[in-house]
Each structure stands twice: as C-alpha cells, then as structure tokens.
Design a protein. Structure first.
Ligand code: MN
Length: 702
C-alpha cells in the first residue's frame, strides 16, 4: 500500500525539503477535498492522485507537477474553484490542474472518429504548459493500470481513447515506456482474447528459446570482453501490441515474428557504440540493408540508437540495438528525461516551458546535424508550440485554423456561403463577438441569416487568406452593383434636367461614348459615375452633345433612401440626419459623401455641378444616424444613468458617452446618439431638456 510518507522519502532523493513539504501539503488538501469519495475498487479516492504523483516521481518530475498530480481531480470532482487552488498553492499549480481538468472534460470518443491525429494535436494545443500533458499521461497510465474494475463498455471506451490519442502523444514526446504500457493495456482491454492468446504464445516461445537466448547473450558479452569494451547486453522483449500490429500490418505469422532474437547493448559513450557495432559485425555476418544509424540521423522524436540485424548460429536472425545510457534514458522517457537530468537547478515557474523548449532545441540540433530538420519541425515543434488552434463544429468535426483565427475565419473555412451570410456566433453555446480569437477545444457555431452580407470591418480582424479573399470579393461585387445603381440615378437625374433620360439616348450614341472611354458595357460607365470617378454632369452633356452655354433646367434634387450601401456615406464632420438640408459631394473612388448644406468643409465647391449635387431625403428613408450632442448640466449623482434613461425613453440609442467636469458644479457630457431623423432627435432633446439641472443642449457640427 503506497503512502505519502513513502513517496516523500523517495522525493527527498532529488527535491529539497521545502518542495517535498509542498507536495505533502497538496496531498493532504486532496485527501480532505476527496473525503468520502471512493474509487470503483473501493479504495479511498486519494490513492489515485497519490499513485499518479508516484508515476511522475519515477520520472523525477518537479514539485509543481507532483502537486498538480495530487490535485488533478479536485476541480473536476469536488467543485473547488481554480481560484481557491491558486491562493493555496500558487498560480502555476492552479493553471496545471485547470489544464488537466480541461483535457479530462474533453470527451474525445463521442466526437467524430476518424480524426485521431487532430485530437492529439488539439490536446497538445490546449495545454500551454507541457507538464499538463505529462500529468495527464500519468493520470491515464494509472487509470489504465486499474481498468479492470470498470464495466465492459466504459473500459473499452477508455482503452480506445488511450490507443488513439494518448499512446501517440506519448510517442510524439519520445516517452517509449509509457507508450508501450498504454498499448499493451489498451490492447488487452479492447481485445482480451487476442491479447491473451499472443501473451500465451510469447510465454511458450520464450520458454523454448531460453537456451538459445542465453547462448547468444553469452557470445555477445564474450565478444565485447575480447575487444576490451565495457557494455551491458540484455535480451529485449517485444511488446504484445507490437507483435499484434506486425501480424496484422505486415501479414506475418506469429512464428516469423518470434523467430527474431532481439538484444540491446548499452555503453558509456557514442564512439563506443560504433566499436561495438564493428565487434558484433565481426562475430556474426550482418544482414544486408538492415543497418540503421539513428545516432547520426535521429528519429523525429529524438530517438537515437544503432540498429543492425545479424545472422546468428544456425542462421537465426538477431536484431541488435546499440546506444549509450543517456540515449537509453531518452528513448524510454523522451521529454520527461529532461527533468531526470536537470531537476536540481532553477525553480522559476517559466523554467519548465524553457525546459520543453530546450528539449525541442536539443532534438532540433540533432536533426540539423543530420540534415533532416524539416520532418522534425513538422512532427514535434507544432505539437509543443502550436501555431494552430483546433475547434469543433457543432457536429463534432475538428477544424484546424491558424492561431488568432476568429469565428469569421471559421465560418469561411466551413463554407464560403456560411462566411458571407454570417451575422453572429456562439462559442461553447454562448453568444460571443465575431472578432474574438478562438481557443483550442471550443465548439463554434455560426448564426447566419439569408441575405446577410460581409461587413468591411471584418477585414480588420480576420487572419486567414481564405476569409480575406472572400470578404473582399463579396464586398467588391456588392460595391459594383451599388455603384451601378447610384450611377444610373445620378446620370438620369442630370439627363432629366435636359428633358432627356438614359433610355431615350440612341444606343449607337452610347456605344460611341463607351468606345471613346474604352469601356465595355454601359454598367462600367454607370459604376464609374457611382464611384465618383466620372461626373454625371459631364457624361450627360457629352451624351446629349450639348455645348457649354446651354444650362440644364432647374432639376429636383436626388432623393437619398438610406439603402445605397457602400457607395454612399455620411460625412463625419457634420453628421447629417434625415430632415437636414443636404448636399452630395462626389469624391473619386469613394462614391458620394453626404454633407449638411451648411458644412464649412464643402462651402467652396457647393455650387460646382461637377463636384456637388443637390440632395434631398426620400420620404421612406431608413436607417440609424448618429448625432453628437453636448449637454451642460448641474453636477448630480447618477447623472449618466439619468441621461441614458431619458434617451432610452425617447427610443434613442446611446452609442458613446464621455464626461468632463467643468467646475465643481457644472458637468459637460458629450453624447453620440443614434436616431432615425430630425423629428426623432427633437424628441430625444425634449426628454433631455426635461431633466432637472440641464442648462444647455447643443447639437455638435463642424
Ligand atoms: Mn484522475
């Protein structure tokens, strides 16, 4: 029966007394928190976190990982908040526990099945601190070891998840021992019959082979001794799941696989490895094409070793791995081996990420020396420091997006139409701003409306090329049709002044004019007019071939409907609203900007028919228009709330509010209010004026 005292004794071999005490404290906290809870096996619940911490102690993990291991089920199972852990044990430990809980909540299996690799990446991306993954792997390892008490269905679910998600993660991190145990336990739970049969067969074969194994081992040891090399020779056993995979994948018979004898030779230094290689090649003939130098060219996860296969006596094939002790450690524990060697030094909370980085860097250097760093970057760097986020669609499909992506990027990744018609989003079932960067593991749902259009403001926050291109494209199409529309109205208005209209102009006249302007179709001309690149007045006179002295009849102004779209905007300097006398200023490329007739910015060009056009408001004009009001009033408590409720009572909407105190008694409040028109504005002002203490209200304009 493991106990906290026994664990503390083991910890004191590599941690300081204060750190060991912190781990103890975390244990007692967990014991309290889980008080009354039992595992399926009937044991007190706290035996589980203790066992998890003990697994991490075998890897010589730091005290914070061990504390997190003790506390890893506290948030999930006892309802104690992360904040409480943070104040007890510090931010870092609380973050680790929170990270583990998030992975625990993730039910990988109920989501789509064929995406195991994406799930692995998602799990990695969710853990900002690599220790989260290590604690989670230890947690899963203990659960796998004690899987038998669970019901068949639950057992299979956990085993499947272990094989598909956690064993590959252990493999990516180079944690061979953990991976092997995951695979054998997972296989046993998924296919108990097959596993038992292979296990029996292996046992039988081992018995039969004992003599020959001993003989080979002796001759290998002897051969090293003759050359004066110190090395440790051991027989190597294949793991059950590995045998099964070989039988299935390579369609080999059991005997064929077991006919291979496998040994490992461990030495002190790298160059001894090559000396051993020479010695054994001298002892037995090597099998051509089977020699691999993973020392010079390490595997993607940092694995290093020499592999060779020999023809032994009577022609039996002998597989040999040759490596140093350090390589052996690395091969078994991967990233965790880094803690094993360097656990005594610094204790900064950031140290661990730096360590993971160091591990990556170390492996990267190995790879670079070997000249195949690309493959490595693919498989490891992405996992540890992901540049992607992984999110779910409502149906459980995983989408991979670049870091910083928003719901709009997601929408376009799902489908262009979804992007174009998107109006809002839910992240984990809650409404969220479209501009919010997505987090790995979230479920994203897009709310769309038929006829909705992309918003130009999206271009400020989308990060994917796909979203950007499609938004631009949609806006361009929209802009074109709106420009054509406005251009036609502008041109007709001027033509009407000459008692003509576009459909009264002879087609050949229009064609001649298009040719002159080098335009293809009439829409191109109208678009140019709508965008303000060509003046309707000039075009009309050329179409009618009138000379300069002829003046148009006084024409009625063009009516603004508020639905002109992107080619019409309202000047920020004077913020006109329906009811105000207005003028349109055509500026090249921007279309028409609506100003107040009295606006100082256009006073010089107001009567130039090539630049300005008389406008009026259509009767059915729609939309919300912002005006800025300046309210001077006596200072009083709850003043902002009073103003807000008055505006609200008049159906107005406050878009912005700011307040300056002029002297101790008088406050000046700037309000941006959106209204429908002047009448509406008058109503708002009337309500405001009715407030006590209001001295003056002014509508601001340039
Ligand atoms: Mn657990």
């Amino acid at each position: 029966m493991p106990s906290i005292d026994a664990l503390a004794d083991r910890l004191s071999t590599y941690l300081g007394p204060e750190q060991v005490n912190l781990v103890r404290r975390a244990y007692f906290y967990a014991e309290q928190a889980h008080d009354g809870q039992r595992r399926r096996s009937g044991e007190a619940y706290v035996t589980h976190p203790l066992a998890v911490a003990s697994i991490l102690a075998d890897m010589h993990m730091d005290h914070q990982s061990l504390m997190a291991a003790m506390l890893h089920d506290v948030i999930e199972d006892t309802g104690i908040a992360k904040e409480a852990l943070s104040s007890q044990f510090g931010e870092t430990v609380a973050e680790l526990v929170d990270g583990v809980s998030k992975l625990t909540q993730m039910n990988f299996e109920t989501k789509a099945e064929a995406q195991a690799e994406n799930f692995q990446k998602m799990a990695m991306a969710m853990a900002r601190d690599i220790r989260v993954i290590l604690v989670k792997l230890a947690d899963r390892l203990h659960n796998m070891r004690t899987l038998e008490v669970l019901s068949g269905e639950k057992r299979r679910r956990i085993a499947k998840e272990t094989l598909e998600i956690y064993a590959p993660i252990a493999n990516r991190l180079g944690m061979h021992s953990v991976r092997i145990e995951f695979e054998d336990l997972g296989f046993k739970a998924m296919y108990p019959m097959r596993s038992a049969r292979i296990y029996q067969a292996v046992k039988r074969a081992r018995g039969n082979r004992k003599e020959i194994v001993n003989k080979i081992e002796e001759s290998l040891s002897h051969c090293l001794a003759v050359d004066g090399i110190e090395g440790e020779v051991s027989g190597r056993q294949k793991h059950i799941y590995g045998i099964y995979k070989k039988m299935r994948g390579k369609r080999r018979a059991f005997n064929e696989i077991m006919d291979v004898y496998a040994f490992r030779i461990i030495v002190d230094k790298v160059d001894t490895c090559y000396r051993v290689l020479g010695a054994v090649h001298n002892l037995y003939k090597p099998l051509p094409g089977r020699f691999k130098d993973y020392i010079a060219i390490p595997k993607a996860n940092g694995y290093q070793s020499l592999h060779t296969t020999l023809f032994g006596m009577h022609g039996v094939p002998i597989e040999i791995q040759i490596r140093t002790r350090e390589m052996e450690e690395m091969a078994n524990n991967g990233i965790a081996a880094h803690w094993l060697y360097k656990s005594s030094d610094e204790e900064k909370p950031k140290g661990t990420h730096a360590r993971a980085r160091q591990w990556v860097k170390g492996v990267l250097e190995l790879q670079q020396r070997a000249g195949n760093s690309l493959e490595f970057i693919e498989s490891v760097k992405i996992d540890l420091f992901p540049d992607e986020v992984y999110v779910f669609t409502p149906k459980g499909r995983i989408m991979e997006l670049p870091k910083g992506s928003t719901a709009v990027d997601f929408a376009y990744a799902v489908h262009t139409d979804v992007g174009n018609s998107c109006i809002a989003c839910r992240i984990n079932r809650r409404l969220a701003p479209l501009s919010e960067p997505l987090q790995s593991g979230s479920t994203v749902e897009i709310v769309s409306a038929p006829g909705a259009r992309p918003n130009p403001a999206w271009l400020n926050f989308v990060v994917t090329g796909k979203a950007r291109t499609h938004i631009r494209h949609a806006l361009k199409l929209q802009r074109r049709s709106e420009s054509i529309n406005l251009g036609e109205r502008l041109l007709n208005k001027v033509l009407n002044g000459f008692d003509s209209a576009l459909d009264k102009i002879p087609p050949e006249r229009i064609q001649a004019m298009l040719a002159e302007y080098r335009l293809e179709v009439i829409e191109d001309l109208l678009e140019d007019i709508g965008l303000g690149n060509r003046m309707a007045y000039v075009v009309a006179r050329r179409l009618l071939s009138t000379e300069g002295e002829q003046l148009p009849n006084p024409e009625g102004p063009l009516a603004i409907r508020g639905t002109e779209g992107l080619v019409l905007s309202y000047a920020k300097c004077c913020t006109p609203i329906p009811g105000d006398p207005i003028v349109g200023h055509l500026s090249a490329g921007k279309g028409m900007v609506v100003h107040l007739e009295s606006c100082r910015n256009i006073s010089e060009i107001r009567h130039n028919p090539e630049k300005c056009i008389q406008l009026s408001w259509a009767k059915d004009v729609t939309g919300e228009f912002n005006v800025e009001l300046r309210v001077e009033l006596e200072h009083q408590r709850g003043l902002i709330a009073l103003l807000a409720s008055s505006v609200n009572a008049a159906d107005g909407n406050i878009e912005k509010i700011s307040m300056d105190e002029r002297d101790g008694r008088i406050s000046v409040v700037q309000l941006v209010v959106s209204v429908h028109d002047r009448v509406h504005l008058a109503r708002v002002i009337k309500k405001l004026r009715a407030l006590t203490g209001v001295i003056r209200i002014t509508r601001m304009r340039a």
